[in-house]
Design a protein around this ligand. Structure first.
Ligand code: NDP
Length: 273
């Protein structure tokens, strides 16, 4: 019987996930389907329950259900626990296992696809929402020289750093605290670009030749990426590679086979001009 997978979210009109997982399934010869389930805001648990009852094997989860998926799960990975958010679910012997592959996908895109190893680098991570929380553990695992978390609401930055207070590389605060510090990798994990805004990052934060990464994708050159280019960034990236790499991690988790990602990334990348 063909195995069923799905993406839960609301709204889902723009989602590239069926294309990504459809391509992975074809190339890895997996007998599976991948559908979109746009659950009403107050009916995520019921939608997951119906999916389970009809033989669903696993799912991705996106806005606004990432926190609810965390609460619903029977088992949670360390990455999911640190993020307090979940973007992938898998049914194992009737129990719902939860993972968060967003941060791993981000790190893989930066290190493998953009050829920028993070070890020894000075990294600025802006934002303290689910995406930033998911990125924390995978970035720290690469052993950067420094990881600064900056957020508009400063106590949120302190709160997420609190669980890693033994890691000397990690510093948290507000944008004003950045002073004239410069960074080799500047990551915009805020949602500001969704509205054509940008976080109040000082222009001096971009070291000459840095990598600038905006998690938002499909917006072409965001104000954040434009500033990075003006400041001499050597590489600009949006979140398309992260999206595909987190999907590949979920696919490996579900199916036990790792799909190649380069062709899919190339197919859905919009040039940043
Ligand atoms: P959340 O809503 O959980 O968090 C949003 C964050 O953005 C908060 O830290 C908020 O600050 C900050 N923020 C919003 N507007 C501004 C602004 N104008 N200036 C400064 N800070 C601002 O969102 P997520 O963490 O879940 O997602 C963040 C972005 O990452 C989204 O746009 C999402 O599309 C993208 N994303 C991309 C993925 C990919 O695969 N490429 C995967 C996951 C997410 P405050 O706390 O002060 O409100």
């Amino acid at each position: 019987m063909t195995d069923r997978y799905a993406l839960f979210g609301h709204p889902l009109g723009h989602s590239k996930s069926p294309l990504i997982h459809g391509t992975f399934a074809r190339e890895c010869h997996q007998d599976m389907t991948y559908e979109l389930i746009e659950a009403p805001h107050d009916q995520f648990a019921q939608a997951v329950s119906a999916f389970r009852a009809s033989g669903g094997r696993g799912a991705n989860v996106t806005m606004p259900f990432k926190l609810e998926a965390f609460a619903l799960a029977d088992e949670r990975s360390e990455r999911a626990r640190v993020a307090c958010a979940v973007n992938a679910l898998k049914l194992v012997e009737g129990r719902l296992h939860a993972e968060n592959f967003d941060g791993v996908g981000l790190v893989r895109d930066i290190e493998a696809n953009l050829a920028c190893p993070l070890a020894g680098k000075r990294v600025l991570l802006m934002g303290a929402g689910g995406a930033a929380r998911g990125a924390l553990l995978p970035i720290l695992a690469t052993r950067p020289a420094l990881l600064v978390i900056a957020n508009r609401t400063i106590p949120k930055a302190h709160a997420i750093a609190e669980s890693f207070r033994t890691d000397n590389a990690l510093v948290a605060g507000g944008y004003d605290d950045l002073g004239a510090a410069t960074f080799d990798v500047v990551i915009n994990a805020t949602s500001a670009s969704m509205r054509g805004e940008m976080p109040p990052v000082p222009a001096t934060a971009f070291a000459a030749g840095c990598v600038a990464y905006d998690l938002v994708y499909g917006r072409e050159l965001t104000p954040f990426l434009r500033l990075a280019r003006e400041r001499g960034a050597r590489r600009l990236a949006d979140g398309v590679g992260m999206l595909v790499e987190q999907a590949a991690e979920a696919f490996l988790w579900w199916r036990g086979v790792r799909p190649a990602t380069a062709t899919v990334i190339a197919a859905i990348t919009v040039p940043l001009t």
